[in-house]
Design a protein around this ligand. Structure first.
Ligand SMILES: Cc1cc2nc3c(=O)[nH]c(=O)nc-3n(C[C@H](O)[C@H](O)[C@H](O)COP(=O)(O)O)c2cc1C
Length: 362
């Protein structure tokens, strides 16, 4: 099943393997335009049925990392076009992951020096890398965030919609709304980080209002079937607090997405344990609630492990992260059950071709 094609009403994928979204920090921070090195990296991995791009900030204020290629202007869209062309030429499909880092940021990463945006003013304990005066890069605490006003929230929704439109212009086949891992949309969901008393805080429906308004605005631009929503129900990345009631939260969201005919729901299980932990009860509940395609991500390294989840009906596509960093020909290696190159975590965000485009194929 893993190596067979998979089709939704809008799209057909050559196989059920997706490359998970992974930030690699290889662009120039000043213009955030994808370059030839980024093109080569994705071209090498285009045998995946679907590539989900690294998180691409939808605005300058949405940036929380140095050197991330973005998607808020025409030059950035033009920079992505050769990338999507190369992926298509190799038979692949590619979605852009639309990203707003929210409070996981620092004013020094923003061209206008603006403070990180957040639901409320609680600063994150996560360190961020920022440029220092001497041209070096230093690690520091996230900046003090400002709570978004209603008008600014409307602006964020418009930024996501604009990025979705630019994604189509850039030749992407769809977009993934990054609602996971403790970034802005996940921060609004989290009751411990969202103290708002307006329509965007309080009950679950209010805390998910921003994400659903972003989804609706993106769907109005590109149609619901080309949209993925990513969630991390057990995620603790970026100073997140565990959801007190995941079995109430995520099936509720899944029903809302289903009502909107959204194409895909992407679940990242940080514990990597799809058989025994909470995923075991969560995934059937999501299936009941959501009739689009489900993508599962976290810890997959063998075809057998992927096939087991597909056979259990827990997912339709399997997204794989770190093994794709170190194995550009991962699909072929899984098919042959061949050994995998080990990834070098020191070069994940390091810049340059080392640990990026220089991993060997079989
Ligand atoms: C270097 C690196 C960068 C990542 N960047 C992103 C990102 O931009 N967006 C996102 O949603 N997840 C990101 N992730 C998480 C991955 O998408 C994935 O969920 C995680 O690596 C678990 O999958 P794996 O066990 O197959 O690696 C990143 C992971 C790594 C290792």
């Amino acid at each position: 099943m893993l190596f067979d094609s998979f089709a939704t009403s809008a799209l057909r994928f050559a196989n059920r393997i997706a490359m998970a979204p992974m930030t690699r920090c290889r662009a120039d921070h000043r213009d955030a335009v994808p370059n030839d090195l980024i093109l080569e990296y994705y071209r090498q991995r285009a045998s995946a049925g679907l590539i989900i791009s690294e998180g691409v900030p939808v605005s300058d204020r949405g940036r929380g990392y140095l050197n991330t290629p973005a998607l808020w202007n025409e030059a950035q869209a033009a920079g992505w076009k050769p990338v999507t062309d190369a992926v298509h030429a190799a038979g692949g499909k590619m979605f852009a992951q639309l990203w707003h880092c929210g409070r996981i940021a620092h004013a020094a990463l923003h061209a206008d020096g603006s403070a990180p945006a957040a639901p409320s003013i609680k600063a994150a304990a996560t360190p961020v890398m920022i440029p220092a005066d001497d041209g070096k890069v230093i690690s520091t605490a996230c900046g003090q965030p400002q709570a978004l006003s209603i008008q600014e929230i409307r602006g964020v929704i418009a930024e996501f919609a604009h990025a979705a439109k630019l994604a189509m212009q850039a030749g992407f086949d769809g977009v993934e709304i990054h609602g996971a891992n403790g970034y802005l949309l996940d921060q609004f969901r989290c009751p411990a980080l969202n103290n708002r008393s307006d329509a965007y805080g309080g009950p679950l429906a209010n805390r998910y209002r921003l994400l659903l308004e972003v989804v609706d605005a993106a769907a109005a631009e590109i149609g619901p079937q080309r949209i993925v929503v990513r969630q991390s129900p057990w995620g603790l990345n970026n100073d997140m607090v565990a959801d007190p009631e995941p079995m109430a939260t995520y099936p509720w969201l899944a029903r809302e997405l289903n009502r909107r005919d959204i194409g895909f729901l992407h679940i990242y299980c940080q514990t990597n344990d799809w058989i025994h932990d909470a995923a075991h009860s969560m995934m059937p509940a999501l299936r009941d609630a959501f009739h689009g395609a489900i993508i599962a991500c976290g810890g997959f390294k063998t075809a057998a492990a992927c096939e087991a989840i597909l056979a259990r009906g827990q997912a339709d596509l399997i997204a794989i992260g770190k093994p794709f960093i170190s194995n550009p020909d991962l699909v072929e290696r899984l098919r042959r059950d061949a050994p995998l190159n080990k990834w070098d975590s020191a070069s994940f965000y390091a810049g340059g071709e080392k640990g990026y485009t220089d991993y060997p194929t079989l």
